[in-house]
Ligand binder design. Sequence first.
Ligand SMILES: Cc1cc2nc3c(=O)[nH]c(=O)nc-3n(C[C@H](O)[C@H](O)[C@H](O)COP(=O)(O)O)c2cc1C
Length: 203
Amino acid sequence: MNIKKANTRFPIHTLLKKRWSPRAFNGEPIETDKLQRIFEAARWSPSASNEQPWAFIVGINGDDTYEKIFSTLVEFNQLWVKTAPVLALSLGRSISLKNGMPAEWFKYDVGQSMAHLTFQATHEGLFVHQMAGFDREKAHQLLEVPEKYEVITAFTIGYPGDYKVLHPNLQAMEIARRERLHSDDFVFSGSFGNAVDWLKPER
Ligand SMILES: Cc1cc2nc3c(=O)[nH]c(=O)nc-3n(C[C@H](O)[C@H](O)[C@H](O)COP(=O)(O)O)c2cc1C
């Protein structure tokens, strides 16, 4: 299994440091109690006006749901996803349950519930890999999603595997160093673009 801990400038929580998005999984199924806890973590995420606009459609490798979601993936993602025991969709309700008006923050809320889910999955020894590379319209139709919901991402969950199980074109990417902008490139004070002193590298 490939370990790609974040090379942080400041110490962060071990689980956040450990999380990354592998494409190689070892194929082992995920225990039901772990799946229960992972989606429980998503459930307890905050959301605007407590709308809880998220929904998930979860396929287990070998079932019909998995195959349907798999058929919507772009070719690049189909190359690696097959070893993942779980393939799922995240969805968001674009209409407020409370007043029937457009729910402005729904994608933000779904993203945050994914972050909670991912944190719990990491705690369970699992890894999550999110994807935008799939046909959202096709997923909407195949999974019979109601009009007021949007399909947002596809994602896999699984135990990490040996990068050598991957298609040869993907192996170098799997072991490449993880890169990030510096936090002083996106944390500002006073006006946009004005980096805060306490994040400047020389401090
Ligand atoms: C919304 C979203 C869409 C993504 N789409 C894809 C995708 O279609 N295929 C893929 O292989 N990785 C995809 N990724 C994974 C990113 O490339 C990955 O998170 C990023 O390179 C940072 O790497 P790390 O998660 O290992 O830190 C996606 C991630 C997110 C959050």
